[in-house]
Write a protein that binds this ligand. Structure first.
Ligand code: IPM
Ligand code: MG
Length: 353
């Protein structure tokens, strides 16, 4: 029987509450689908930082490297200056473990209300492949004459041929396994003429290797418009780190909100990390009102990536079913508690198949 070692980082805010539900469903999936797992919890986040000044230690990274996958809740603390934990924990893990794809499936499940009037579930079923290691996120730049009236701040976007190619190739591989087999490159070729020149050239080259996959190009601003006006045109969207960050929050909104938005930070050749993308949800901690479906969905993506595809799709289906049965996916408006939502997913997974 396969046995997986899962590194669990509950983190801050509502992270621990939603991760607890994800682990509960993991347990049910293990019994139902016949695999074993062990967990190793890491105390990473704002509380430890305030206590010890530590963000992510070498030992933490070592534990992560040794594991088969990482399940991540959220980080961010009201008493810690914004940016510290994001940079030194989340972005550092992505970088150190070379998790170069940020994968965000976007599905409107039947019964879930979207803010877009008249949109149908069959219109919203796409995946964003966001480059997760380069672009504006490398932290390169400079100040000149800081603090003076002549100050200049420069923030550089770094796009390497290798980094761009592996991301685009991942998108085409993914599209070739999907029913619609279509990739849209989302960029800004009309203004950002260096980065998107490289991206466009690599996109065309890689596309030639996948004749069965259709292609399109959309500027990032137009992508936002179409995501709202005509989301059915998208199957796989591939884009850079910054644009991917922005369009995936919009994508989360059209699928019913952060309560259902799961993401994966993938190193297909290494250790990947799975997270709900909604963050710490300040104010909801301890209320029992936070929606755990995004964290449970992220755990389902983890099972898929580990090769437990039957279990992964059962979890995804259960998340969809339960989502559609709730009056709202928003925190405090689910008509049941965090734990009750988790229990309902467990029930569905247990009788799956
Ligand atoms: C995300 C988040 C992070 C990002 C933040 C928390 C640094 O918004 O995963 O989309 O910008 O990548
Ligand atoms: Mg984001």
């Amino acid at each position: 029987m396969a046995r997986y070692s899962i590194c669990v980082v509950p983190g801050d805010g509502t992270g621990p509450e939603v991760v607890a539900e994800a682990v509960k469903v993991l347990d049910a999936a293990a019994s139902r689908f016949g695999f074993e797992y062990e967990t190793e919890y890491l105390d990473v986040g704002g509380e430890r930082y305030l206590r010890s000044g530590e963000t992510l230690t070498d030992a933490d990274l070592e534990t992560m490297r040794r594991s088969d996958a990482i399940l991540f809740g959220a980080i961010g603390h009201p008493d810690v200056k914004p940016g510290i934990l994001e940079q030194e924990v989340l972005l550092r893990i992505r970088r150190e473990l070379d998790q170069y794809v940020n994968l965000r499936p976007v599905k409107l499940y039947p019964g879930v209300a979207s803010p877009i009037a008249g949109v149908r579930p069959e219109d919203v079923d796409f995946v964003v492949v966001r480059e997760n290691s380069e672009g504006l996120y490398v932290g390169k730049g400079s100040f000149t004459d800081k603090g003076t009236g002549n100050e200049i701040a420069i923030q550089e976007s770094v796009n390497t041929r290798k980094g761009v190619e592996r991301c685009i190739r991942y998108a085409f591989e993914l599209a070739s396994r999907r029913e619609r087999k279509h990739v849209t490159l989302c960029g800004k070729t009309n203004v950002l003429t260096y980065a998107w020149d490289l991206w466009s050239r690599v996109f065309t080259e890689v596309a030639a290797e996948y004749p069965e996959v259709g292609t399109a190009y959309a500027h990032v601003d137009a992508t936002c418009l179409w995501m709202v006006e005509d989301p059915a045109r998208f199957d796989v969207i591939v884009t850079d780190n910054m644009f991917g960050d922005i369009i995936t929050d919009l994508a989360a909104a059209i699928q019913g909100g952060m309560g259902i938005a799961s993401g994966a930070n993938l190193n297909p050749e290494g250790v990947s990390m799975f997270e709900p993308i909604g963050g710490t949800a300040p104010g909801w901690e301890g209320t029992g009102g936070i929606n755990p479906l995004a964290a449970i969905g992220a755990m389902g993506m983890m099972l898929d990536e580990l090769g437990e595809t039957e279990a992964g799709s059962a979890v995804e289906k259960a998340v969809g079913l339960v989502a559609g049965s709730l009056p709202s996916l928003r925190a405090g408006q689910m008509g049941m508690t965090t734990k009750e939502v988790g229990d309902r997913v467990v029930e569905v997974v247990t009788r799956a198949g």
